[in-house]
Design a protein around this ligand. Structure first.
Ligand SMILES: Cc1cc2nc3c(=O)[nH]c(=O)nc-3n(C[C@H](O)[C@H](O)[C@H](O)COP(=O)(O)O)c2cc1C
Length: 261
């Protein structure tokens, strides 16, 4: 895939994590479309997604301490990375979010889960190559039309509706209009516990993403969240008519987007 699909911008504006699903199965053509995208959308080496034609209920079963129990989805996707690949966390975040946005375009519900799932259950469904690990999963299916009380509690606990202001996440000023569009799209990205650990710094024709510098906690790497925000930023830039490419950078920076002139 050369350019990101224009339809992903509208998906950014409406996507929300969904945790309770309806028994109705997604149509076969939608699932085939996601399977094909899993096979083709691999923009960085060492990161890929796989659609699993099984309910993820087993993947979430019996876990204590996880937040946001997820129930009833028809299928799920596994977001996989080669453990030793450079920048694997950001690459998995970027790649997985592409699949999440495409599922949103298709009217399907999703919810990133990177901590509390059973890797052993996923491994029994997915063939992993040498050195590969499952970094996260998402259910895929039709979400219940209304939020259940459980959903509202989890959304409330994570403060899911709240996003940091542009001033809180940008160092300096955004002098170019595409940069504003990119940061606005990145602000809407999902992140573990909605912590929004991304920070942005703009230069002439460029936008650098870094983490907020605080240490990672447990199984929730901030560079994965930042990879998700990178994809959103690029979709925002595209919406503003700008294309470019990413270069990964050493921590605490994550990557720099430079526009094509
Ligand atoms: C990497 C990652 C891991 C997440 N892990 C969980 C999880 O374990 N359980 C859960 O209910 N939600 C999880 N979420 C969803 C976040 O809570 C959610 O994205 C955030 O609160 C913002 O809400 P929104 O996605 O509806 O915009 C995760 C999100 C990301 C990006």
């Amino acid at each position: 895939m050369e350019r990101l699909p224009a339809s992903w911008y509208a998906a950014i504006l409406i996507r929300k994590s969904r945790r309770t699903f309806h028994p109705r199965r997604p149509e076969e053509d939608k699932i085939v479309r996601l399977e094909k995208l899993c096979a083709t959308f691999q923009p960085f080496p060492g990161a890929r997604a796989e659609l699993v034609r099984k309910t993820p209920d087993e993947v979430f079963k019996g876990l204590i301490g996880g937040y946001g129990r997820i129930t009833g989805a028809s299928y799920y996707m596994a977001f996989i990375g080669a453990q030793d690949a450079p920048n694997v966390e950001a690459a998995v975040g970027y790649t997985g979010e592409g699949l999440v946005l495409e599922a949103t375009v298709l009217g399907l519900g999703t919810c990133w889960v990177s901590g509390f799932f059973r890797p052993d259950a996923v491994r029994s469904h997915v063939d992993l190559g040498p050195g590969e690990r499952v970094f996260a999963v998402t259910p895929v299916g039709y979400a219940e039309r209304r939020y259940t009380i459980k959903d509202k509690i989890y959304r409330g606990l994570a403060g899911s509706a709240k996003r940091k202001s542009v001033g809180e996440i940008v160092e300096g000023i955004l002098a170019e209009s595409w940069q504003e569009k990119a940061v606005e799209a990145a602000r809407l990205a999902p992140s573990a516990a909605n912590r929004q650990p991304w920070r942005f710094a703009a230069g002439p024709g460029s936008l650098t993403v870094r983490t907020d510098g605080a240490k990672d906690v447990g199984r929730y790497p901030k560079r994965l969240d930042c990879g998700i925000a990178m994809l959103h930023a690029e979709v925002g830039a595209r919406e503003a008519g700008v294309a470019g490419h990413w270069t990964f950078l050493p921590a605490p920076d994550v990557a720099r987007f430079e526009i094509e002139t």
